[in-house]
Ligand binder design. Sequence first.
Ligand SMILES: [Zn+2]
Ligand SMILES: [Zn+2]
Length: 313
Amino acid sequence: MSADNQTHATNMPLLPERNPFAEPGEWFKGNLHLHTTNSDGDYSPQATVDLYAQEGYDFLAITDHNRLTDPEDVDGHGMVLLPGVEFDGGRGELGQTYHMVALGVQHEVQRLDAATSQEALDQTRSHSEIVFLAHPYWSSLTAEDLMAVEGYDGIEVFNTTCERGIGRGHSEPQWDNLLTKGRLTMAMAVDDAHFHYWDTLGGWVWVKAPRLEYRGLMDSIKRGFFYASSGPEINNVVFADDTVHVECSPVASVALVVASPGKGWTTDRLRDGGDRPLITEANLPSVHDLIFRIEVTDERGNRAWTNPYKIKS
Ligand SMILES: [Zn+2]
Ligand SMILES: [Zn+2]
């Protein structure tokens, strides 16, 4: 890992004073992971971009396997296209490869030839500005595998094609394991669309940025000024005295998930039995000096996830 990576600004928790919901700017929706006919996807790059543009996305990353699909070659219809690649390399303890999504890739790339998992990660970083580990649950990456490499910005907490393909799209336990061990890792929701079946429009990020342009989006992602969703919207997170106030689209529950054994709160725990009415706001007891994150779940089971916070006492 280079000295530059060690001072990487993303390995910091969000703080009340460094909270995307309190930052100026606008929210922009995008998908950070998908494939086209330039690797094993079924749609051409242009057809893929057309689909997401029609659905109102603001930005999109095409991340073909080990190959850069140049955004200059397609019409983005006003979307910002982030140049990306999904690399595979290294070996987990079960023998499986790591899949690493690189964003901000500016040059044609080669397949990784790294000997170790850390070298694979370092090679991926050398091509890009942002790296996140793809689909930990689908890949059966163990807690040891995720701790064994350093220098990535985030992991996929949700991956649509993995969920709809084999029922292994959710990686919350893998993420929380990292957070509990003090590894401050952000989390993305993505489609990883290949179009072999209906694996699109199921996971995305909302990024808070000053305006819709490449540099601002990339900087906001690196700073953690985004949240992931497979359905619900989180409209505000406010810190007041000893509570965390959350505003969101109608959901069945709001949870404050703490990276520490047996700690945390949910709105289910705070209510008096009976029905589970949909709620659009919640006040949960805050925790101090521990890493926590906010997660909301709607009545269909779709979720939204903030990046990790920490409140100093
Ligand atoms: Zn993959
Ligand atoms: Zn992929």
